[in-house]
Design a protein around this ligand. Structure first.
Ligand SMILES: NC(=O)C1=CN([C@@H]2O[C@H](COP(=O)(O)OP(=O)(O)OC[C@H]3O[C@@H](n4cnc5c(N)ncnc54)[C@H](O)[C@@H]3O)[C@@H](O)[C@H]2O)C=CC1
Ligand SMILES: O=C(O)C1=NCCCC1
Length: 316
């Protein structure tokens, strides 16, 4: 292959280079560009998925081209629905950044930190747009990687007075609370965590509902991040039908979200539509943001990492 060898930028380096304050505005811009459906801005097909049946998982391929920005990338992500309490990873990812003119690989970047941070940052954007003003109580269902990245960004940018965490085992919820220096409460049940909460984040590997509409306070905002297969659920039909549903990608939600497909709920708008001002943010209603994850989010995150990496003198 012609051209210089690709940069290899791994986990600790990505952690050092990626900051929410720089990432969030770029993601907001990217979501808006995606929803314009202008092929010079963003070409991003719905994720192709290859089942890894033997290992209860999937390989997702997420190519994206942003012509006006000169960004070409693809993420390779494996995600699993393994036996409960398996110590094997739930999500593993790599982002490959290419030169769109020459076609050579410019960088191979660890995708786990990018996936954790860009997903949480997009949920935070959904909350910024859709939660009611004065939201005080945040509930997080799940205690894994996404739970931590969501805790980090939500507490960094919003002044929540209380953060509640639920996991399938109380022990894991308590461990999570210790890991964040005690800045949250471990709850004994999902119901206890979400009753009265203003914002609820679901970040589990569950394939059946863990959040039920009858527990959810009217006007609450839900960022639903797990359940990214057409037959997986995190939210029940009552909630899906009562809420105004937003998504990152309408096509993605119609193809991949069990919560949308199986409940028959309508996707009211994409987050990008709200950012572009073409659809309203119905903050006074109960809202669900159904996140599936998009290649364009990985593309702008990888570009940010690569640009910062190049700017670090010792690598040049
Ligand atoms: N929307 C998006 O862009 C993305 C979505 N995801 C999805 O988000 C979810 C969480 O991802 P990670 O935090 O990386 O995974 P993780 O494996 O680190 O954490 C998963 C959490 O779910 C819990 N869990 C597993 N089965 C459960 C069940 N039946 N009921 C309740 N809780 C259960 C685990 O105990 C753990 O707390 C996964 O479904 C993953 O596929 C991950 C990355 C991006
Ligand atoms: O966008 C992503 O990255 C993922 N989405 C759903 C499943 C895991 C990874």
């Amino acid at each position: 292959m012609s051209g210089p060898p690709p940069a290899i930028i791994w986990e600790h380096e990505v952690e050092r280079l990626l900051q929410y304050r720089e990432l969030i505005p770029r993601l907001e811009e990217a979501l808006g560009k995606f929803s314009k459906r202008d092929s010079a801005e963003v070409i991003q097909p719905v994720r192709s998925t290859v089942p890894l049946q033997k290992h209860s998982g999937f390989l997702g391929l997420m190519p994206t081209y942003m012509e006006n920005d000169g960004v070409l990338s693809t993420k390779l992500v494996c995600f699993y629905n393994r036996e409960t309490h398996s110590s094997l990873p739930g999500v593993q990812a790599t982002v490959v950044l290419l030169d769109p003119e020459y076609g050579n690989v410019k960088a191979v970047i660890d995708g786990e930190v990018i996936t954790a941070m860009r997903t949480a940052a997009v949920s935070a954007i959904s909350a910024k747009l859709l939660m009611r003003p004065g939201a005080d109580v945040l509930a997080i269902l799940g205690t894994g990687k996404q739970a931590l990245s969501h805790f980090n960004v939500f507490t960094e940018i919003f002044p929540f007075k209380e953060v509640r965490v639920w996991g399938r085992s109380r022990e894991r919820a308590e461990k999570f609370v210790r890991s964040v220096g005690g800045a949250a409460w471990a709850c004994g049940s999902a119901e206890e965590a979400v009753r009265g909460a203003d914002v609820i984040v679901t970040v589990t590997r569950s394939t059946k509902p863990v959040l039920f509409g009858q527990w959810v306070k009217p006007g609450a905002h839900v960022a639903a991040v797990g359940a990214c297969r057409p037959d997986w659920r995190e939210l029940d039909d009552v909630l899906m039908k009562a809420a105004v549903v937003y998504a990152d990608s309408r096509e993605g939600a119609m193809a991949e979200s069990g919560d949308v497909i199986l409940s028959g709920a309508e996707v009211f708008a994409e987050l990008g539509d709200v950012i572009n001002g073409t659809k309203p943010a119905l903050r006074e209603k109960t809202t669900v943001f159904k996140s599936l994850g998009m290649g364009v989010e990985d593309a702008v995150s990888a570009k940010l990492v690569f640009d910062q990496w190049k700017a670090t003198a010792s690598h040049v």
